[in-house]
Design a protein around this ligand. Structure first.
Ligand code: ZN
Length: 96
């Protein structure tokens, strides 16, 4: 049915809205199209927008999931190295 996803928020308390700004003022009260942020009238229609894996808007990928995950791994490794050095210093300090 058309209104089947009127209540689509996670907790079911407040239904999600399209929220597009209307010419006559206010915001669009329709629920977003399935899997989209806007309703079918405001950009959520089928076939509108880039394909899912489009890279056309990519500039450098610095904030891509893969790049962020790699930086996190490297930083964790550096942190572990620094902690090892601190532990080593502490051990030498005790030997004196
Ligand atoms: Zn709308």
């Amino acid at each position: 049915m058309f209104n089947s996803n009127l209540r689509s928020s996670a907790d079911g308390s407040e239904p999600h809205r399209c929220g597009a700004k209307l010419r006559q003022g206010g915001a669009c009260p329709l629920p977003p199209a399935h899997g989209k942020r806007r309703c079918f009238q405001h950009g959520g229609a089928r076939g509108i927008g880039p394909p899912k894996d489009s890279q056309n808007a990519r500039k450098h990928g610095f904030f891509s999931r893969a790049a962020i995950a790699e930086r996190r791994r490297i930083n964790a490794f550096i942190r572990a190295c620094l902690q090892t050095l601190r532990d080593f210093d502490e051990m030498q300090e005790r030997e004196r």
